[in-house]
Design a protein around this ligand. Sequence first.
Ligand code: ZN
Length: 420
Amino acid sequence: MRAALLFCLVSCLLAAPSPPKLIAIRCGRLIDGTSATPRSNAVIVIEGERIRDLGSSVPAGAEVIDLSRSTVLPGLVDNHTHILLNGDITAADYDEQLLKESIPYRAIRAAANVRTALLHGFTTMRDLETEGAMYADVDVKTAINRGIIPGPRMFVATRSLAPTGMYPLLGYSWELKVPEGVQVVDGADSIRRAVREEVKYGADWIKYYSDRKYFFKDGALHSWVNFTDEEAAALVGESHRLGRKVAAHAMGREGIDAALRAGVDSIEHGDGLDDELMDRMIRRGVYWCPTIYVGVYVAEGRAAAGAPIWPKMRDLEASAFAKAVKKGVRISFGTDAGGFSWTENQAKEFAYMVKYGMTPMQAIQSATSVAAALLGEQENLGSIEPGRFADIIAVDGDPLTDITELERVKFVMKGGEVMR
Ligand SMILES: [Zn+2]
């Protein structure tokens, strides 16, 4: 026993550290995530998990990956997902998952979902709340980081915050204790305690629901605000004090207005954005995650279930998006995947962004360098340049002429490791 230990100790000490593996990727067309135009015949040199060089020659001893007939891009970032949810077109779809699926079962499904996302080219995701699955997002993230399951780099929000009675599950007999889709909080102190608890258990971001009860009046989308200004300010203040940024679900004018007053870092959905709200977002550097595809996906189903407002919100968001692109609002790619089934490729969002007014290059940058900036990770993610993580994808065709190419990702590398 002791001899074996000694042998190991000696041999481990004597073994020369093996140099990190060198990989060279030959690119046909390279879209680097920040430049306005692609470059041809570039070679990306990767050492270990990061990019060492971007040039035109293959260094001696490097293993070559030939993508010279493909378009190479940075790994994609989706800044609004729900890995613990599997589609909720109707309230019944949502309730069923919370009532009939245990959290372990939901976590197993989440493990499958993160693998799907990674193979679709999403090497990073900001997951914006577990919808009643407590802190299971932190566990999935840990399992990915330890190499137990394949998945993107995760930035997780754990449990979203909303006051009593303002988020599902709702409508059950008061005699029943049913699961909550959020962490229920009332009053500034209860909110501060909840933020501290979430940070304690691993929240990278704090998410809350700024509004509900959407309605149209005078051509604008309005809503009821969930928290008082004092409560929202306590939520954002405590989060920032603990070094966490805040994402606010806000769809109607009043909900977005209240979230901006509170000082949030990103507006989620934002269907009811108007000129004045957009100008404030630009001045304050607040990001917008429009999540177009989920609105399109649920619109008809929710209308059929008796809520005709959803197709109207879908159309309103199309015009808000075009205006925001012209004005220069910082728009980050975010899909709400999980709000629609994970069998739908979340990259379908790109086609809507282009249809609604972005150039294909703007849409790509919204899911690479802009999305990385929202996360404060621009030194690590979102572009192909020396020093960044080697998170790299490739498609066969040219996404600048056909953006749906991004729905057919053929090659995925994360941190220097080929995943697909
Ligand atoms: Zn969402």
